[in-house]
Design a protein around this ligand. Structure first.
Ligand code: W6P
Length: 393
């Protein structure tokens, strides 16, 4: 088929990762024509790379209605963009392209929920073996990372060229060249606390510290996408608040505060969030980032006033993807019986903050066909997760 040929063609190319510095330079030169020429190739390449991978999913999952819906949306969006493959570049073309991007962004708004629905459909209809689970984890990390990256490209183009120019705004697209980390910490805290207060009628305080190893304490600034940082911190705050409230009990007179330390290093900026929420045992740690264990039916809309603060939904795995997207990371370290530290690592230098993108190739396709390694460490306790970590090196 024609669409199949086009997918084969575009999936041969590797996506071209951009650094935050390149996004900034691109935004400052602000040539819509250049951006259009780049995106009309790059977007189909990124779409095709991940669409090829959808087809390698375990058949059981591929047959689920929601996964079919997701796939069809990708096909539609892919077709809409390759319409621009060899049109003449006129002002009209550029306008049409912006409109197409907005339409595509809107179409894909609920993809995360739809995909989660597909996982539920699978769990309800089949027994999911460890092999399938492993493939799903591998796929979803790559699928959601691809989605983050495509939305970033679309947001940059539409913000820079789609609307009215706002000269008073220091942002370049969705990037803030002077993103004040502590402001984002406080913003995320306030909004998480609002939810916590609603649910528990109380909330732990926040103590912020900053440590600047390279210069005087003049605030810690980073060139970054504030919405991504906010997303990660809001998620971590909700988890920490829930842990503290559940651990100390809602009738406590006071709660141990959440401590956030923001550290400026030469290479990294670290945001460490410490709670005394009782921690989690090591045996449960890996589950926090597993999509299969985090997929529970959404509470109905009529239950809106009783939704828990943090449901261990896809919040943590997605937050870690946001961190990794520009070569940062999100790491948890817990002491059961005491509390948990979460650290968000960000690249301090914008030229080192490159997009991390999944590429479709022999290695990635092999992953879906390769069986899990058999254990070569004894494990009487049969903790399959811990054992697998060791055997996979
Ligand atoms: C906990 C569990 C958790 C997950 C993520 C972040 C913080 C925390 N605290 O007890």
């Amino acid at each position: 088929s024609n669409i199949g040929k086009m997918l084969d063609f575009y999936s041969q190319f590797n996506p071209s990762p951009l650094s935050i510095k390149q996004f900034i330079d691109f935004g400052l030169s602000a040539c819509e024509r250049k951006s259009f020429i780049f995106l009309r190739k790059e977007l189909p390449v990124r779409l095709a790379n991940i669409m090829k991978e959808i087809h390698l999913l375990p058949e059981n999952l591929l047959r689920m209605p929601s996964v079919g819906i997701v796939n069809n949306m990708y096909v539609t969006s892919f077709q809409e963009i390759i319409e621009f493959e060899k049109v003449e570049v006129s002002d009209n073309t550029l306008d049409k392209f912006c409109q197409a991007l907005v339409k595509i962004r809107n179409r894909h708004t609920d993809i995360v929920q739809t995909m989660a629905q597909g996982i539920l459909e699978l769990k309800d209809s089949h027994d999911v073996d460890a092999q399938t689970e492993n493939s799903i984890q591998y796929f979803l990390d790559r699928f959601y990372m691809s989605r983050i990256s495509i939305r970033m490209l679309i947001n940059q183009h539409t913000l820079l060229f789609g609307g009215v120019l706002n000269g008073h705004n220091r942002h370049i697209g969705c990037i803030d060249p002077h993103c004040d980390v502590i402001s984002v910490v406080k913003d995320a805290y306030e909004n998480a606390r609002f939810l916590c207060d609603q649910y528990y009628m109380a909330s732990p305080d926040l103590v912020v510290k900053q440590f600047n190893s390279t210069a005087v304490n003049s605030g810690i600034k980073i060139i970054y996408v504030p919405s991504h940082l906010y997303h990660m911190l809001f998620e971590l705050f909700k988890n920490s608040m829930r842990a503290v409230m559940e651990h100390c009990g809602v009738d406590a007179d006071n709660y141990p505060p959440l401590e956030v330390t923001v550290i400026q290093g030469k290479e990294d900026i670290c945001v460490k969030m410490s709670d005394r929420g009782g921690g989690i045992p090591r045996s449960q740690m890996d589950y926090l980032f597993k999509y299969m264990y985090s997929t529970a039916p959404q509470p109905s809309k009529s239950d809106a006033h009783t939704v828990p603060l943090a449901g261990y939904g896809y919040g943590l795995p997605l937050s870690r993807l946001y961190a990794r997207y520009f070569h940062g990371d999100l790491v948890l370290l817990s002491c059961e019986g005491f509390g948990t530290d979460a650290v968000v690592y960000l690249k301090a230098l914008s030229n080192e903050a490159n997009e991390l993108l999944p590429i479709f190739n022999k290695t990635s396709s092999k992953f879906y066909r390769t069986s899990l390694p058999t254990a070569d460490w004894s494990s009487q306790c049969g903790n399959s997760m811990a054992t697998r970590q060791l055997t996979m090196g």
